[in-house]
Design a binder for this molecule. Structure first.
Ligand code: MN
Length: 312
């Protein structure tokens, strides 16, 4: 069996000066994808004064998964969905051909702590209509462990939320000195993100905020806690197999496509610049307009002078 590959996080400040700094383990120098998972941002526990405040911005070709350990985030999108993201609840937004949304942490909690994950849509699904799914998994418990399965199947539980490629997403909580052996699909590759307790994954200690990568071919993943309670996220899927191009908030397949998404977003900002929608979301353009949002849309950064190149 191949040894574990450890991926260290890099700090990425998001948004303005008062906004959040996240720890990004995907994409990394070593890897672009784990299954269809293509983006792993881990944040907190931070005091709410350094919370999340993302004004309306667009997405294409992906799904976003917000999963919190603590805190609360208000989500609004251009399909008209308003949702409060709470700990232990899956909120999955499908961008498909295009969506725009805003996210802001609410004052209802002191500490913001969780992850935002992106799922790349395969070529045959990346033009689907935007949508939103919410699911509260029932915790599955055993001797010293608790598992919440938000996507896919694990420990006998299966999430009802549909994905366009096979995926696994689960939170695993371990009491001190507990070991759990989780049966997994051997066709999947996996990432184990260490949130707390410096867990031991397949016999290797994984420092907090690092991710262990496990290649396909394993029928089980063993996670253990040492002297402290440990928490990990287990993410997996079969190798994606398509080269994708991630730039800013867009996923496409070619440089030209990204240029097109960017120019459509900017055309929409100009057209909708004075639009303040107090009521229904306005479903026009590729990205729509976020309802009930007073903050202006975020312009895309300048494109680099070189051509953007897809990665796999
Ligand atoms: Mn977003």
């Amino acid at each position: 069996m191949n040894p574990l590959e450890l991926i260290a996080a890099r700090d990425v400040p998001l948004g303005g000066p008062r906004s959040l700094t996240v720890r990004r383990t995907l994409p990394s120098r070593q890897r672009s994808l784990i299954g269809a998972w293509c983006f792993i941002d881990h944040f907190g526990p931070d005091r709410i004064r350094e919370g999340m405040s993302f004004a309306p911005h667009p997405h294409t070709g992906l799904q976003t998964v917000s999963w919190l350990f603590s805190g609360e985030v208000q989500h609004r999108d251009s399909t008209g969905v308003e949702a409060v993201v709470r700990p232990g609840e899956l909120n999955l937004m499908t961008a498909g051909r295009g969506v725009s949304h805003s996210e802001v942490s609410t004052p209802a909690s002191d500490i913001l702590h969780g992850v935002q994950l992106w799922v790349a849509l395969p070529d045959d699904a990346r033009e689907v209509a935007p949508g939103f799914d919410h699911h509260v998994p029932l915790p599955v418990t055993g001797a010293g462990w608790t598992v919440r399965v938000f996507l896919g199947s694990l420990v006998g539980d299966t999430s009802p939320v549909r994905t366009h490629t096979p995926l696994l997403g689960a939170e695993v909580l371990l009491a001190p000195h507990t070991t759990v052996r989780l049966d997994v699909d051997p066709h999947f590759e996996h990432g184990v993100l260490a949130d707390a307790g410096s867990p031991i994954v397949e016999g290797t200690s994984v420092p907090n905020h690092h991710m262990a990568y496990l290649s396909p071919g394993r029928g089980a993943v063993t996670v253990a806690a040492g002297a402290h309670e440990a928490r990990v996220l287990l993410l997996g899927g079969p190798p994606f197999g398509e080269a994708i191009l991630m730039w800013w908030n867009f996923i496409g397949r070619s440089h030209e496509e990204i240029v097109q998404f960017r120019s459509e977003w900017h055309a929409q900002i100009v057209r909708d610049g004075s639009l303040v929608s107090h009521g229904q979301a306005i479903n026009h353009g590729r990205f729509g307009v976020v309802a009930g949002e007073w903050r202006g849309p975020v312009p895309a950064p300048t494109l680099p002078n070189t051509r953007l190149v897809p990665r796999r």
